[in-house]
Write a protein that binds this ligand. Sequence first.
Ligand code: FES
Length: 133
Amino acid sequence: MEKTVKIKYINKNTLQVNEIEIDLEQNIQQINLKKTLKQFNIFPYNGKSKYLNCKGIGSCGTCAVSVLDFDGNKIYSSKDEYIGDLTKMEKIRLNFFPHTLDNSFEKSLRLSCQYKIKTDLMIIKNNGFWGNE
Ligand code: FES
C-alpha cells in the first residue's frame, strides 16, 4: 500500500517555510516527525537548543512544535482528546516548566521527537528556546 503524506513546516522565528512529501509505505503507516524533518535538513529547534537538547529522549522539551492539519486547523477539539493522544513522555514534559498543559493544549504542542506522522500536517515552530511562545 502506497501512502504519501505532505507536511508544511513553518518556523515563526526564521520565517522559513518548507513543504515536503514523504512516503509512509516503508514505515508501517507512521514515522517519527523529528527524524523525518532532519532528512530534509529541517531542525525543529530555536537558537542554541539545536545543540542543547536531549537528542530525542523526550526530556528537554525544546523540540516542541504546533501540530495542525494541513490547512492549519487544530486537530484536537478538547483538552481530554489532546491529553489522550500524548505519549507518556509528552504528558510529563509538556506539563513541566516552561511548558504548561494549558499552553501546550492551546498551541497544540507536541514533541517532534515523540510524534508519529500518520497524515498530512502543518507543523509550526513557535518562538522561544522551548518553542512555546
Ligand atoms: S529533543 Fe528533547 S524533548 Fe525532543
